[in-house]
Design a protein around this ligand. Structure first.
Ligand SMILES: NC(=O)c1ccc[n+]([C@@H]2O[C@H](COP(=O)([O-])OP(=O)(O)OC[C@H]3O[C@@H](n4cnc5c(N)ncnc54)[C@H](O)[C@@H]3O)[C@@H](O)[C@H]2O)c1
Ligand SMILES: N[C@@H](CCO)C(=O)O
Length: 811
């Protein structure tokens, strides 16, 4: 039994392919070909019927076009001698169709019964065309499905009488012994012989019914994809075909929107154990998907993921329900009276509420019928009126192997939780074959991708970066990312993509990942963007594993972290503003990261790429107590005092530090000691002490006038005060000392200031732009734990940001 879908017969070329497949199958025994309408025909017929009903005479043109398409296919496929019969059949069919629509036009009404008749021509004509084509190569007989498929008279989606159908098919088969039949799919007839249809996608069902009635060896559904996929390929680029699947799993997946198979198709073949093979007409060599009783073992615990949208949850709540039997019965009976299909049910064991999932379109009817049913209880205040919630979808995991396999729901919830996908309801039957979660519709693409990675690609994870402020550090970071992308993918399974880059004025976005070789030109040409818009962009794109990388020094940027963390978007910042803001804000951001299963990382806030904050965390988490910190934390100031010896002006050395990329964008932050104060504050906080900036004592070595104007005025004032700097240097040198800007923390107090240190001091030998931190802890009480190395510079800082990104990505 072979069924060919709409795309498989959409054009002359495709019909040729389908016929070749059927001829090939014929070598193995008799074949029944079930054929859909030429792709797009059913919609066109419905459109023509509706146009006619609404008084729009353009239905005639639509039908003429459709006729032309069928005739052109016949001409292309058949030799001249074979054409007249088919042309006559097609012309006759379209003449009947036109008459039918003329009647609809005259009446101004399109009944479900007439619509069924109208639609039936799609399959009736396509199957006769295909029969003529294949009949030119081998004897073939056309059979009218209306004499085979017996249904009730429920027009639009008739229900099949399987027993009567079986009898009709078998009787027909005995009377007409042909090696090859061609049968129209989708249509049937009721007991009076009136044409009915089986619902959209019903051709699969026709084929399954015929296969069951004839006890076929197998049913092959020929379509335009290479089988049932692990997830909808329109949502998940890396979805792959499932080789083997059980009937029940296929039923679950097809019900949940795996459109490759019309759900009722499975029942008839499952009852008779007939294997069902989904194959690709356009890639017949591909294996496809074999649906059978007992598919071979697969290492995947989950067989597939699926989703259905346009769902609503109906919540019935109230204390009047507790312990009183019969409430659920009344709820379900009320819904059934309106033929409302319940797709999901949950009830907490407190019995205080029942929650059911229905199609969103059913909500008005459901509300009316349920509120009427419970009017007495609602009136007495014992239960609340029905509360519908719209904009939802179901995402389901399907797989027989999930049974008795602990940890599946844990992984499911963990993966969704880390991506800020809120689960509104859950249902798992005791078959453990399906775990369904109800989530917001807009989260579906993210959720399906995250779950696909969690269950089908454990060695792969896509990470989406939003980079704010591609200056010195940001520019180096993007270069490092470009260089490491392939390595990250191969070695860590991380596909790290930069989705957007924004500077003060512009923002360039590409959801498929920006080209890291050409981003500067793309950014220069991009449209304007504010910080608010950038945050909204991150939230609205709603991509999985999203990370904001803040490489600005902008205080306003830090105000946006909370909104992102609350949506489980990780924040990696070398911007120190947030971590050194009010303690309450610092603590809140850390708390948000924890509450929303994401990361707020700022390792580069202290010591650039040096592992200082991470080490502090390791110490405190393992129970050590930091008693005292002594540190040189400014790359700029260390560089300046290491290079200033009076032979050239102090201001010039500071300018050099700025030119080499060690200073803050505003160098006054370094020279004033503010940058170092921020750093010791952050270290104290990370060591567990809730200090405020006002608790850090800053002993400035700058004359006050240096900080009174803008940056240029600052440099001018440095020059004006050259003698002051020279005096500091000379005094230290005369005493055999060196100048170091030292930060200290002990016993809840912190201070930063310039010190002249002797050669015996731990920081005396600190070179270039290096930083050093000495941790005195309970465990390191005699000799401190020391971290030392380059503490500023775009390359090392970018590397530190990179490391934080990887940490966030591997959460
Ligand atoms: N340079 C270092 O050695 C070092 C070390 C550790 C941490 N940091 C931190 O790195 C950050 C960046 O330093 P940098 O040297 O790269 O500075 P930079 O001035 O070269 O780069 C910052 C970039 O951010 C952009 N920017 C500012 N406000 C913005 C906004 N609202 N939206 C988008 N972009 C905005 C600027 O235009 C600039 O391009 C600072 O917070 C600094 O404290 C630097
Ligand atoms: N401006 C900073 C950069 C590192 O945070 C410094 O000089 O140390």
């Amino acid at each position: 039994m072979l069924k060919f879908g709409g795309t498989s017969v959409a054009s002359a070329e495709n019909i040729e392919k389908s016929c070749a497949i059927a001829l090939h199958a014929l070598a193995g025994g008799p074949v029944v070909m079930v054929v859909s309408a030429l792709g797009g025909t059913t919609d066109a017929l419905i459109g023509a019927g509706r146009a006619a009903a609404s008084g729009d005479s353009r239905y005639r043109e639509a039908l003429a076009q459709l006729q032309q398409r069928h005739l052109a296919a016949a001409q292309a496929l058949l030799p001249p001698a074979g054409q007249p019969d088919v042309t006559a059949t097609l012309t006759q069919g379209f003449s009947e169709l036109t008459q039918l629509c003329d009647g609809v036009f005259a009446l101004g009404e399109l009944s479900a019964r007439t619509l069924d008749r109208l639609m039936s021509y799609g399959e009736l004509l396509s199957s006769q065309l295909v029969c003529a084509v294949i009949g030119g190569k081998t004897p073939a007989a056309w059979a009218d499905a209306r004499q085979l498929i017996r249904t009730n008279s429920c027009f639009g989606k008739a229900e099949v009488d399987p027993a009567a159908t079986r009898q009709l098919v078998q009787a027909f088969g005995q009377k007409h012994a042909h090696a090859l039949w061609v049968v129209p799919g989708f249509i049937g007839a009721d007991a009076e012989g009136t044409t009915t249809t089986l619902g959209r996608g019903g051709s699969d069902y026709t084929a399954a019914l015929l296969a069951a009635a004839l006890d076929a060896d197998k049913l092959e559904i020929w379509t335009d994809v290479s089988g049932m996929m692990t997830a909808d390929p329109r949502l998940v680029a890396r979805a792959r075909p499932i080789a083997g699947i059980s009937y029940q799993e296929a039923m679950e997946l097809s019900y949940f929107g795996a459109k490759v198979l019309y759900p009722p198709t499975i029942q008839p073949v499952m009852e008779r154990g007939i294997p069902l093979w989904i194959k690709n007409t356009f890639a017949p060599a591909d294996y496809g998907t074999l649906v059978e009783v007992d598919p071979p073992h697969s290492p995947d615990v989950v067989r597939g993921l699926s989703s259905i949208g346009q769902l609503a949850l109906l919540n019935l709540e109230g204390s009047g329900m507790v312990g009183i039997p019969g409430f659920s019965k009344r709820l379900f009976e009320a819904l059934a009276r309106k033929r409302i299909n319940v797709v999901l049910i949950t009830q907490s064991s407190s019995e205080y509420s029942i929650c059911v999932g229905v199609a969103a379109a059913d909500v008005p009817a459901a509300r009316a019928v349920v509120d009427a049913e419970f009017a007495p209880e609602i009136g007495a205040g014992r239960i609340a009126p029905l509360r519908p919630e719209l904009g939802l979808a179901i995402v389901a995991l399907v797989g027989e192997n999930m049974k008795n396999h602990p940890g599946i729901s844990g992984r499911l919830f963990g993966a969704l939780g880390q991506n800020g996908v809120n689960i509104r309801a859950i249902a798992q039957g005791s078959s453990e074959r399906n775990i369904s979660t109800v989530i917001r519709s807009e989260d579906v693409p993210k959720a399906i991708n995250v779950l696909h990675e969690a269950f089908f690609e454990p060695a792969y994870k896509q990470v989406n970066l939003y980079v704010l402020g591609p200056g010195n550090v940001g520019g180096k970071l993007l270069a490092q990312l470009a260089q490491q992308q392939a390595h990250l993918q191969q070695q860590l399974g991380l596909q790290v993509r930069v989705v957007a880059i924004a500077n003060r004025r512009h923002c360039v976005v590409d959801e498929n990942g920006l080209d890291l070789a050409t981003w500067p030109a793309a950014l220069a040409a991009a449209g304007p963007c504010t910080l608010d818009e950038f945050t909204q962009l991150i939230l609205s794109r709603n991509l999985r594993n999203s990370i904001l990388v803040d490489v600005t020094a902008n205080p306003a940027a830090a105000d946006h972290y909370a909104a992102l963390l609350e949506k489980s978007v990780a924040v990696v910042a070398c911007n120190k503003v947030a971590a050194s803001s009010a303690y309450a804000n610092y603590a809140r951001l850390k708390g948000l990261a924890q509450d929303f299963n994401t990361r707020f990382l700022f390792e580069t806030n202290v010591g650039a790429g040096l592992p200082i904050i991470g080490t502090l965390g390791d110490l405190t988490r393992s129970g050590d107590v930091v008693r005292r910190l002594e540190a040189v934390l400014s790359g700029t100031l260390n560089f300046v005092f290491n290079n200033y010896d009076g032979s050239r002006p102090f201001a010039e050395v500071v300018r050099q530090a700025q030119a080499e990329g060690y200073t803050e964008p505003d160098p006054r932050l370094d020279l004033s000691g503010t940058d170092v104060a921020r750093k010791i504050l952050i270290l104290a906080r990370e060591a567990g002490h809730p200090l405020e900036m006002s608790d850090v004592q800053i002993e400035s070595f700058l004359p006050a006038s240096c900080l009174e104007g803008d940056v240029e005025a600052f440099y001018e004032q440095l020059a004006v005060h050259e003698a002051h700097f020279r005096a500091l240097y000379d005094a230290a040198t005369a005493a055999g000392k060196r100048l170091k800007f030292v930060a200290r923390y002990a016993d809840g107090t912190a201070a930063v200031g310039l010190q002249a240190v002797l050669p015996s001091h731990d920081v005396y030998e600190l070179r270039g732009k290096d930083n050093i931190v000495l941790f005195y802890t309970d465990r390191y009480s005699e000799q401190p734990l020391v971290i030392k190395g380059a503490g500023a510079g775009a390359e090392v800082t970018a590397a530190g940001v990179f490391a934080d990104i990887i940490r966030a990505a591997r959460l």
